[in-house]
Design a protein around this ligand. Structure first.
Ligand SMILES: *Cc1c(COP(=O)(O)O)cnc(C)c1O
Length: 230
């Protein structure tokens, strides 16, 4: 089942996003076992994303290969566990976290690849910089020597209003393009989950994070939002 889902999804994104850019499929692996994750990797998954530091650490050695992303809300006191291990931290959502990352990364002689998280729908339940603050956040965060900004991450709100969702996606792409124009490290717009990835790709996302679409429904409570990792 997992292998079939992965192969179907990889075939669906093989043509790239709406702009013809290649798309990275990140398997969102919260609550999944290392066996399930290894099955996905064997089927062609190249990138995996965990929400909780505990799961990231526990499965780290048992999972074979794959670039390791951290996609959940990151508490500052847990940053130390990701140093030297996370290939991309997608949830850089506040300066306090950047301060801690900088401190720990510098000590370890390491650079943290990060995406700036944007609270695209201005939702109280989600963290991230507001759309109007992204540019200022970028300007400030880029001065941290041990943090390398590689793009933006966002989660669409739950809504039936497709026109609204589309406008949010397009505005993310616009912000992304503006920054990317003078920053060659800036190459990922991570936006799209199992319920909305097609719309996101159409509007210019080039990285999607899928859990349910790959592994099936999660049976634990708290499924969904980033806050479950808090
Ligand atoms: C769980 C999760 C996903 C994937 O969610 P699905 O709806 O299962 O595809 C993507 N991004 C983040 C940050 C998540 O926590």
């Amino acid at each position: 089942m997992i292998a079939e889902n992965v192969q179907r999804l990889l075939a669906q994104i093989a043509g790239g996003n709406g702009m013809g850019e290649p798309v990275t499929l990140v398997a969102a692996t919260k609550t999944r076992t290392s066996e399930e994750i290894n099955e996905a990797i064997a089927a062609g998954i190249t990138d995996i994303g965990e929400n909780k530091v505990q799961e990231f650490t526990q499965k780290f050695d048992a999972v074979q290969g794959g670039r390791r992303h951290f996609i959940g809300h990151l508490q500052t006191n847990k940053v130390k566990y990701l140093i030297g291990k996370a290939d991309l931290i997608q949830s850089l959502d506040r300066y306090e976290l950047a301060d801690e990352l900088q401190k720990r990364a510098e000590k370890a002689g390491w650079t943290a690849n990060c995406l700036i998280e944007v609270n695209i729908g201005s939702e109280l339940s989600k963290s991230g910089f507001s759309r109007k603050d992204v540019r200022a956040a970028y300007e400030k965060l880029r001065t941290y020597p041990n943090i390398r900004l590689c793009g933006l991450m966002a989660m669409l709100p739950i809504s039936e209003d497709l026109a609204y969702l589309r406008s949010l996606c397009l505005s993310m792409r616009e912000i992304y393009d503006t920054i990317k124009a003078d920053d060659t490290n800036f190459r990922f717009l991570s936006m799209g989950m199992s319920g909305d990835w097609e719309l996101c790709l159409e509007c210019g996302s080039n990285m999607i994070r899928l859990g349910t679409a790959i592994f099936g429904p999660r049976n634990l409570p708290a499924a969904g939002g980033e806050k479950e990792g808090a």
